[in-house]
Design a protein around this ligand. Structure first.
Ligand code: 13P
Length: 369
């Protein structure tokens, strides 16, 4: 159910799973209701009381929660993004005072508190670039620059023709190698395609799937992305599954619908244990190769939405364990701000991964972030 621009005075004992309330006023009490997976956007909730509700996976975005109180609610997987929180309490604890306390007492360790269970992954997607000698030269340069990096998983996803060279150049280093696609069948008459087993046998660890360029230029669909993801998992590869909205979809205000649809279809039939082996890359199509980066807040908003969607499908524990990257014109200058966001666990980098120095700066930004 969608509620837009309404003034509501009471919600009690209602089952409102997947409710969406936008630009509304709700300064009343919400009691004993199921609000699992619901989204409140730009809504006035000041002074509202939430009591004994199931608020599992709920998303509160740009809401005014000042003076609101949450008592005895299940908040597992809940995400509060860019909300006004002064005076808000959860079970009697003042949220802002608690945040200040953590900030002052835990400092650097705590900047990654929400990410502690997830390892940042910075992956380069080389696309159709580099001959074998060029690939070797780039990786030789890179490996010296990132040799001391421990807390970030570094991946180079390279053209099929470079895989053997890349694996040899990075042997014994902290750089993992990925491919840029794989087919969903194990073998057969599929001219020009490469199977997941062929990649796994070589020692390739990751594979990019569902990239918007594959969807746009090679007619890949959510259905084939789903099949490829299953094939990659069956072969023991770690899929980096890309999702993202087109510019006009964002302008029509359907980003969340598009992303939720892709997540549901791309991971359809994939069990939680397998999902945990996947990485999700949020790549807004309008930001790829255009120099037009999503702002850190836009990236965070959608990455948080992806996590909330996963929480609804798989539960909060699984959702918290998944690495969600941002991709789209990420570079040495903007990486630190992007990866500092709570739900942005790294990046999938195109152009900037082709220069060792720039890619290293991004990797090191994720170490701090
Ligand atoms: P750019 O970093 O060149 O915008 O590309 C992003 C991308 O498509 C990574 O997969």
């Amino acid at each position: 159910m969608n509620i837009v621009n309404e003034k509501l005075s009471l919600i009690s004992e209602c089952n409102s799973e997947d409710l969406r309330i936008e630009r509304s006023r709700l300064c009343c009490d919400v009691e004993e209701s199921t609000m699992e997976g619901s989204v409140f956007k730009r809504t006035q909730l000041c002074g509202a009381g939430f009591i004994e509700n199931d608020m599992h996976g709920i998303g509160l975005q740009q809401c005014d929660l000042h003076g609101a109180g949450i008592e005895r609610c299940d908040l597992t997987g809940a995400a509060l993004v860019s909300c006004k929180l002064d005076g808000m309490t959860i079970d009697g604890i003042n949220v802002q005072e608690m945040m200040t306390f953590y900030k002052n007492n835990f400092k650097k360790e705590n900047t990654t508190m929400n990410k502690a269970t997830r390892k940042a992954i910075i992956a380069g997607n080389w696309k159709m670039n580099k001959t074998r000698p060029e690939a070797k030269a780039l990786l030789d340069e890179l490996k010296g620059m990132v040799a001391d990096v421990k807390s970030v998983e570094i991946v180079a996803c390279v053209p099929f023709t470079n895989l053997e060279t890349a694996l040899a150049a990075t042997e014994g280093t902290n750089i993992k190698i990925g491919a840029e696609n794989c087919h969903f069948e194990k073998s057969g008459a599929f001219t020009g395609e490469i199977s997941a087993d062929m990649l796994a046998e070589m020692g390739v660890e990751y594979v990019v799937l569902g990239h918007s360029e594959r969807r746009q230029y090679f007619a890949e669909t959510d259905e084939t992305v789903n099949k490829r993801t299953k094939a990659a998992l069956a072969a023991g590869l770690k899929p980096i599954v890309c999702v993202g909205e087109l510019l006009w979809e964002r302008e029509c205000n359907i980003t969340e619908e598009v992303i939720a649809r892709q997540i549901k279809l791309d991971f359809f039939g994939i069990e939680a244990e397998d999902l945990k082996k996947c990485v999700i890359a949020y790549e807004p199509v309008w930001a790829i190769g255009t120099g037009k980066t999503a702002t850190a807040d836009q990236a965070e908003e959608v990455c948080a939405f992806i996590r909330a969607t996963l929480a609804k499908l798989y539960g909060a524990e699984v959702a918290e364990a998944i690495t969600i990257q941002y991709g789209g014109s990420m570079n040495a200058a903007n990486a630190a701000e992007l990866v500092s966001k709570t739900n942005v666990d790294g990046g999938l980098i195109g152009g900037a991964s082709l220069k060792a120095a720039d890619f290293t700066t991004i990797i090191k930004a994720a170490e701090v972030g």
